[in-house]
Design a protein around this ligand. Structure first.
Ligand code: SOE
Length: 400
């Protein structure tokens, strides 16, 4: 399997004739927020990463709400639609199953897709807990299908640049990883009960939804997490279930904070909360090493801030900002001239490219793209954080 250093996206050198570019069938399970973001990515990828490894063909979209499924198919350009995900998986035209459903629907469709020999891209967190995630990981390995867990912030050009700088030793030994993913959207007690607030449907609250992202960035940039010591809390204990008109207990965390120990000796803190007024989608990381520091924040996603100790002493020393939009920066040779920044939705275009490239050209996805192995390990760490919060003790992260 070919190694590819993502960041200087090496497109196939030979110029394919237009007729030689294959197509690849995509089936999308989910028509809400992620259905929209992923459909946009499958359509945009081939003309941004031109010539693409293959052109995604939007074969079928699946959703629970039949009323607007026909409209979703027309809106996004799927040639067919179904309310039955099994029907989508059985469709021979579908080669890649894209699972953009709520967490409780990640496991069964993804495992059945693997059994049917379909490649799978599944939203994060991979599952509601480690046991469920392990079944998904094991199925993908057993049936030898390519698999991606959508930790999309790994493929922000600025984050890939950070990965390459750290991998090239620019920071030296890593001392700290410090990350927060903060939002504000359920601070209002009047916000109703939804699947993201029911343990049975989501597995965990801010921990699995937002904390999983910063856990993944910690693993991606600093290495494996060995142990955690955490607190979680639920600020609003019950919310109105609008379908019944009754109040329902909230049985997931609204916020979490954890100390983390990495296997390589670094230590850090991670935090996730949806109770931070003013923080719209504030995912921020900082890494401190023996030779300098790096920090990044999603609300300014094209910038990477760096500080190098060896910098010439001068009165301008300090953190400086790299605008990660040059053609020599990760992925950027496929986008626009420098300074013409890209947005959040294009992280999914990068994931779509990597999935199609992996399937067509047998490219190794690790370590730059999160697979089901990463998704499983992430769920183990989330379970350890929940356990630590329960027991009040430091909890080791044990991977099978
Ligand atoms: C909601 O919290 C959400 O959409 C998450 O589910 C996504 O993973 C995150 O990228 C943005 O916020």
């Amino acid at each position: 399997m070919a190694e590819k250093k993502v960041g200087f996206v090496a497109m196939s050198s030979e110029k394919k004739s237009l007729d030689d570019i294959p197509s690849i069938g995509v089936g999308m399970i989910g028509q809400a927020f992620m259905g929209k973001a992923h459909s946009n990515a499958w359509k945009k990828m081939p003309y941004i990463f031109w010539p693409p490894p293959a052109i995604p063909e939007l074969v079928k979209i699946c959703g629970q709400n039949e009323q607007n499924l026909r409209e979703s198919a027309k809106r996004y350009g799927y040639s067919s639609y179904t309310t039955d995900w099994k029907n989508l998986i059985e469709d021979d035209r579908v080669q890649i199953v894209d699972n953009g459903t709520p967490n409780y629907l990640h496991a069964e469709p993804s495992i059945e897709a693997a059994k049917a020999g379909k490649h799978i891209i599944c939203e994060k967190p991979l599952a509601r807990n480690a046991a469920e995630a392990k079944k998904m990981r094991d199925a993908a390995l057993k049936y030898n299908v390519r698999n991606i867990c959508c930790f999309n912030y790994r493929v922000v050009p600025a984050v890939v640049l950070a990965k390459n700088l750290i991998a090239d030793g620019k920071l030296g030994k890593i001392f700290h990883f410090r990350a927060r993913y903060l939002q504000e959207w359920i601070t209002d007690p009047g916000f109703p009960m939804i699947w993201r607030l029911r343990k049975e449907q989501c597995g965990s609250g801010a921990l699995g939804d937002l904390g999983s992202h910063v856990i993944d960035l910690g693993r991606f940039l600093c290495g494996e997490i060995a142990s955690v010591m955490a607190v979680t809390t639920t600020f609003i204990k019950e919310r109105l279930d609008e379908s019944t008109g009754k109040k329902e207990k909230v049985d997931v965390d609204d916020a979490m904070a954890s100390v983390v120990e990495f296997k390589n000796g670094a230590i850090g803190t991670i935090e996730a909360s949806r109770f931070c007024p003013g923080r719209k989608n504030y995912n921020t990381i900082e890494i401190n090493g023996e030779k300098g520091s790096i920090w990044w924040d999603l609300e300014n996603m094209n910038n990477l801030w760096v500080y190098w100790k060896e910098e010439e002493p001068s009165d301008t020393r300090g953190f400086h900002c790299i605008n990660v939009t040059e053609s020599y920066h990760p992925y950027y040779d496929k986008w626009w001239p420098h300074g013409h920044i890209i947005g959040w939705e294009n992280t999914f275009v990068h994931l779509a490219y990597n999935m199609v490239d992996a399937v067509i050209n047998n490219i190794k996805l690790e370590p730059y793209i999160a697979t089901f192995e990463d998704g499983y390990r992430n769920n183990v760490i989330c379970d350890a954080i929940a356990e630590s919060a329960e027991t009040g003790k430091k909890t080791k992260c044990v991977f099978e």
